[in-house]
Design a protein around this ligand. Sequence first.
Ligand SMILES: Nc1ncnc2c1ncn2[C@@H]1O[C@H](COP(=O)(O)OP(=O)(O)O)[C@@H](O)[C@H]1O
Ligand SMILES: [Mg+2]
Length: 374
Amino acid sequence: MTDHGDNQQGRNLTSAYLSISGMAKAYRGTPALKSVDLDVNEGEFVALLGPSGCGKSTLLRLVAGLLEPDEGTITLADQRIGHLPAYKRDIGLVFQNYALFPHMTVARNVRFGLDMRNMPRAEAETRVADALALVKLEHLAARMPSELSGGQQQRVALARAIAIRPRLLLLDEPLSNLDAVLRASVRTELRELHARTGLTIVMVTHDQVEAMTMADRIAVMSDGEVLQHDTPQQIYEQPASDFVAKFVGTPPAAMLQVDRKIDGRFAVGDTIWSPSPELEAVLAPIQRVAVALGLRPDHLALTSADAPHALPATIRTVEYLGAERLVHVEAGGQMLVIRLSADEPVVTGAVGVAIVKSPPVFDLTTGLRLGRAG
Ligand SMILES: Nc1ncnc2c1ncn2[C@@H]1O[C@H](COP(=O)(O)OP(=O)(O)O)[C@@H](O)[C@H]1O
Ligand SMILES: [Mg+2]
């Protein structure tokens, strides 16, 4: 086992390919990152997901060596790289604006990093051909960037980053300059590229759909911190906090604030509710702290107002989405969304909401998920 040289607070970092530890960065005294720890396995595709300004690009630039940290260490393939200049880290970078050289052909653009490394011409040309083949642009090698679409330019930028055979590929919002149709196809291509090359990829995005569909694991960030680093399924089904639950999913989870009332009945705003015994068990922490249920459409079904244990509600709007409809209901002044298939009849007026699957419960004060009962 490799010795990392110093005590890294008892965390087992020896197994991770990229290991970021205690990384902190402030701009003019304002913290942008607050002691971030993050491990990425070899061959993994990790998304850094969070709202604008939460510190994603700062973290990526620190790994790339474009910024100096105030504190923290970075280990890549068992080597401390924090002291290395960017060009010695063997890291490929692709930004939102593709930054191709406009006066160079596609092939020259892709060869640029190889020429910088004084690679012999024959080997460089093989690498350029391989990289262009990987992004399916062999046939456009002689074109100028201005003769390419936005999506093609982005693929050239990718080929340029891959051609150096980086130990790590960093992508900062690589799809956000593309239109919706192109974004979807480049998303798939990037995923395929990852599968073909086995590259370790860290991608910054503020788009939860992008993160959910592309990444093996997602690090959800807020305000300079990583809140949760997990698989998309874990992030979706076991969100660590209400922030994560509300940031991920289409539509995002609704937080239903529930107050205890007497005789086993609960208050949701001014609505009185008698939940099932199973759900009462889930709501047990309510005796100690103020709670909210994180309810996604998959937790809910529409029933009649007088169905046993149904939460009394009123339909407000129905969104037609082709294969399905999203029914927005109000319960005790709070909004919930229920999914119906297109052929299910929609009732109107007073309805009941059934909670058909055990939902996560959050402490309203801390925002953290409480251990599920049962
Ligand atoms: N060069 C800079 N100088 C001063 N503040 C910066 C600089 N770069 C980023 N920031 C600030 O640091 C915070 C994190 O920025 P950034 O890492 O770019 O976030 P993200 O990529 O998640 O949108 C933001 O508040 C941003 O305004
Ligand atoms: Mg950014």
